[in-house]
Write a protein that binds this ligand. Structure first.
Ligand SMILES: *Cc1c(COP(=O)(O)O)cnc(C)c1O
Length: 357
């Protein structure tokens, strides 16, 4: 088998052993001689999967009692709606930090629900940095941030300190670095960047912030209904949850967040070092806000992009083209991407420089 080095921004790379275990479970799950895909979600075998998945999330985010973990359908995008529906009071105001495309989409949805105030934005410089030094009004119902800006390649390094409940979209850097989950009232993350396949979204919510809006909610949009149903109010996305559990097991087995944070740091340091050194490329974001998950860079001579693409293709590097809004290149170096793949990309960048500078 030819090894392809997968730098896709999402759905992103998963560990090979996880894909192998997941394939096996599609045929014979837990030695039942039944597929995971054809058993009841109320069976004790699947209930064990749900329990372990929740427990792994709690452990890896260090969550104390009082938090509930859910795995919901609808993608991270549904959380753009569910968060304000469940947390924004009729006369209250939600605050947002606008750091990119996903944050902008979250703001757009919140505005449909209630008063929404953009506290700070980096739109003035094409979302190439993280706003700093802004004040968070104490009366906000919540303050929403996006920890990692998947498209533009910036990442919040220091989370704001505030008494306002923090809501965080962690879709593209969940479980990639050491954080204290207890600093957040609500964390959500679509699985398909750093946790599993598309189809489920992890939600970790501090239960005491719920039920305060006075708003009547449709059952499927109500966190409290899902909590009461233990994340099985309706049929949950069983396969994405199972594969996410396998990925979290893999993470824990290899040394957990402490381990992966070091690896991610090494990968990011090596790649940014090369971007800064290499005369053909230039990074697109403020140095101090550079994402350790999505590394964005462009070429000084864009007319040579096709030549670089040829070299990356020969080296079996895949998924490197930038998002259409940014252009250039984006190397997504999620948890499951090994350092070896980053080193190969660096070699190709050096070969390209030798040939064309
Ligand atoms: C990919 C992404 C989303 C959207 O996720 P869906 O599951 O497709 O709705 C939201 N936020 C961030 C930060 C993302 O990277």
């Amino acid at each position: 088998m030819i090894k392809v080095h997968n730098f896709s921004a999402g759905p992103g790379i998963l560990p090979l052993e996880v894909l192998q275990q997941a394939s096996e479970a599609c045929i014979n799950f837990d030695n039942l001689n039944l597929s995971l895909l054809e058993i009841s979600h109320r069976s004790k075998n699947f209930e064990a999967v749900m329990e372990e998945s929740k427990a792994l999330v709690k452990e890896l985010l260090k969550l104390q009692d009082g938090y509930q973990v859910l795995f919901l359908g609808g993608g991270a995008s549904l959380q753009f709606t569910m968060a304000p529906l469940n947390l924004l009071r009729q006369e209250g105001t939600a605050g947002y930090l606008n750091t990119g495309v996903w944050a902008s989409k979250a703001i757009k949805e919140a505005k449909l629900i209630g008063n929404t105030s953009v506290i700070a934005s980096s739109e003035d410089k094409k979302f190439s940095y993280i706003p700093k030094g802004f004040e968070i009004p104490a009366q906000l119902d919540y303050f929403h941030i996006t920890s990692n800006n998947t498209i533009y390649g910036t990442q919040i390094k220091n989370f704001p300190k505030t008494t306002v409940p923090l809501v965080c979209d962690m879709s593209s850097d969940i479980f990639s670095r050491n954080i204290d989950g207890n600093d957040f009232a609500l964390i959500y993350a679509g699985a398909q960047k750093n946790m599993g396949p598309a189809g489920c979204t992890m939600v970790a919510v501090r239960e005491d912030i719920l039920g305060k809006t006075g708003r009547k909610l449709s059952s499927m949009l109500d966190y409290q209904v899902h909590i009461k149903g233990e994340s099985m109010y309706n049929t949950p996305p069983v396969f994405p949850i199972y594969v996410s559990m396998l990925t979290l097991r893999w993470l824990k087995k290899n040394g957990g967040i402490e381990w992966i944070e070091k690896v991610n740091q090494q990968k990011a340091d090596a790649l940014y070092h090369e971007i800064d050194r290499n005369s053909m490329f230039v990074g697109t974001t403020a140095t101090e806000d550079r994402s350790f998950m999505n590394v964005t860079f462009i070429m000084h001579k864009p007319e040579l992009e096709m030549e670089f693409d040829k070299l990356t293709k020969i080296a079996n590097l895949s998924g490197l083209r930038g998002h259409r809004d940014v252009g250039g290149y984006r190397a997504s170096i999620y948890n499951a991407l090994p350092l070896e793949s980053v080193n190969l990309l660096i070699e190709v960048m050096q070969e390209f420089e030798k040939k064309f500078s």
